[in-house]
Design a protein around this ligand. Structure first.
Ligand SMILES: [Zn+2]
Length: 266
């Protein structure tokens, strides 16, 4: 089959892009997690006031009809398991995330740590698509790659669940390259977990599991802020993802601009 995108060339290009990646200051000491170690800019009082007033601003820009559609129940189209990192937004439906996205978030965008919530989205609502959304510069992945023995019991339990991902990494790569690849490997790992949990629905064509990386560091060379699709129902080869029926509604250019891989073949 003729390749649309030579995988080796793609890999090398991305390896160069990754090598330019700058370590966020929050993790320079090796102890950071999502949210970093810098002090918040606002005091507690300012933060509470900003949250209350911010919601009032939202309310002022949405008349009461905005709430009509979901007075008696929700009907979201998408279940998302995303990292809690504050840099990962939830505007996946543009300005209309309300009643469109059932959102589950934890450090490292993990399925097992929130299995009941994911079950609810996939089996009870149910949405037809489950998106596992990792992101560039993920502190949970970085922490799992290092010594986190001094962390709290709760944090250690969350990071321990990422051990299979870290165990599979290529130690020959330098740290930042491994970091970027491990973010993607974790997405693949979580997609595999979801496929095992929901294999009946996937086999029945009722659910598509999509893995993606929200790339605000431009590791994939597709521009800062791009949602890069890296996995569909376990398929991780960019050329095969591009040909996947689940992307048939997208134009060819859109597909090429949103499919990528930093760690092909794993
Ligand atoms: Zn993260």
């Amino acid at each position: 089959m003729k390749r649309i995108y030579p995988a080796r060339h793609l890999f090398l290009s991305l390896a160069v892009a990754t090598s330019l990646f700058v370590v966020p200051a929050a993790f320079a000491s090796g102890g950071g997690h999502d949210g970093g170690t810098a002090a918040p800019a606002k005091s507690a009082e300012e933060t509470i006031k900003a949250a209350v007033n911010g919601n009032e601003q939202f309310k002022a820009h949405h008349d009461s009809h905005h709430f009509d559609a979901f007075q008696s129940g929700q009907a979201p189209n998408l279940t998302v398991v995303a990292c809690s990192d504050s840099r990962v937004h939830t505007q996946l439906f543009g300005m209309q995330p309300d009643n469109n996205i059932f959102v589950i978030r934890n450090i490292g965008n993990q399925i097992k740590n929130a299995e009941g919530s994911v079950d609810y989205g996939v089996r009870h609502l149910p949405t037809r698509v489950l998106l596992v959304l990792g992101h560039s510069s993920c502190g949970a992945i970085k922490a799992a790659m290092g010594d986190y023995s001094g962390e709290t019991t709760g944090i250690k339990a969350e990071l321990d669940a990422l051990k299979p991902v870290i165990a599979a990494e290529d130690r020959n790569d330098e740290t930042n390259t491994r970091w970027g690849k491990n973010v993607e490997r974790n997405v693949d790992f979580q997609v595999r977990t979801a496929m095992e949990l929901y294999k009946d629905k996937i086999a029945g064509g009722e659910l598509t599991v999509v893995g993606g990386v929200y790339d605000f560091n431009d590791l994939y060379g597709k521009g800062r802020g791009t949602l890069v699709v890296t996995n569909i129902n376990g398929e991780t080869n960019p050329n095969l993802i591009m040909a996947h029926p689940a992307l048939k509604e997208l134009g060819k250019g859109e597909v090429v601009n949103h499919v990528g891989s930093l760690a092909p073949g794993l």
